[in-house]
Design a protein around this ligand. Structure first.
Ligand SMILES: Nc1ncnc2c1ncn2[C@@H]1O[C@H](COP(=O)(O)OP(=O)(O)OP(=O)(O)O)[C@@H](O)[C@H]1O
Length: 264
């Protein structure tokens, strides 16, 4: 469905270009859940921000990004607006900074529904409530009147996922979707993403520095290190038999339940 070939990204810092991605190759197959893992700063977010053309004017992007066979790298902004949200949607780490604090959940969700589905008034409201139900927000009708600060981080992330679903995207990119949440809520959000992926058949990309998160939901995994993909594998193969030393190090760093306890 989506193929990235030899993606190179540099940032212009005023005096010279600073290379950040050095030729990334990646692909997402229809209906799969792909994990992108690697330490902070290795280029996970930049890769997907480049796909979405959200990197701003200082970024120089080279390479090929094809969606359904069509090259979308460096598309004009107007054409890209038709892709963002409608074909590829993205959610981020901190839902409270993505939501507008001075608008209710309902009005933000209705705006998104109007933008992507052209619905207005009662129809937009009904669709917004349906989406809140779909992401398992209890009493969706009442929650429409809530402000972002009245909801927990986990609930706000569910609202962001509802917004992402408004455009019925073929692909949802979740960039560290659970990093800002506590552990029990993390598991619930991952379960929800998995369930939505199964129900809708959309492709799902989960970006995380946390192998535990990747292990829970992903079919295939791409491991990134210093602006490159260093390993691609089926998730179970990767965890049992990682080929690259960096991946072996990442797996070796996971806490071992059978190992000696450090708590006395
Ligand atoms: N707008 C920007 N201008 C300049 N450099 C940037 C910009 N955005 C990212 N970078 C640099 O690109 C590199 C990759 O960043 P990226 O955000 O993709 O890392 P990451 O793997 O997603 O890590 P994290 O999980 O910490 O976000 C980093 O060195 C970062 O400082």
């Amino acid at each position: 469905m989506l193929r990235i070939r030899d993606l190179k990204v540099s940032f212009d810092n005023g005096t010279h270009l600073v290379p950040v991605l050095h030729g990334v190759d990646m692909e997402v197959r229809r209906g799969e859940t792909l994990g992108v893992v690697g330490e902070s700063g290795c280029g996970k977010s930049v890769t997907w921000m480049a796909v979405m053309q959200l990197l701003g004017k200082r970024a120089r992007i080279e390479g090929e990004i094809t969606l359904g066979g069509k090259n979308i790298a460096n598309l004009p902004e107007k054409a890209m607006t038709g892709i963002r949200g409608n074909r590829i949607a993205m959610i981020f780490q901190d839902p409270s900074s993505s939501l507008n604090p001075v608008k209710t959940i309902g009005s933000q969700l209705m705006e998104t529904v109007t933008l992507h589905q052209g619905l207005k008034g009662h129809a937009a409201r009904a669709e917004a409530i349906r989406l809140l139900d779909k992401v398992r927000i209890p009493s969706a009708d009442q929650r429409m009147r809530s402000w972002p600060h009245e909801l927990s981080g986990g609930m706000n992330q569910r609202v962001m996922i509802a917004m992402a679903l408004a455009g019925q995207p073929e692909l949802l990119v979740a960039d560290e979707p659970t990093t800002a949440l506590d552990v029990t809520i993390q598991a619930q959000i991952l379960d929800l993403l998995e369930e939505l992926q199964r129900d809708t058949g959309m492709g799902l990309v989960v970006i995380s520095h946390d192998l535990g998160v990747i292990a829970q939901v992903c079919d295939r995994v791409m491991v990134m290190y210093a602006g490159r993909v260093v390993e691609k594998a089926q998730a179970n193969r990767l965890f049992n038999n990682a080929a690259h030393p960096y991946t072996q190090g990442l797996i070796g760093a996971l806490p071992d339940l059978d190992g000696p306890s450090s708590v006395w």
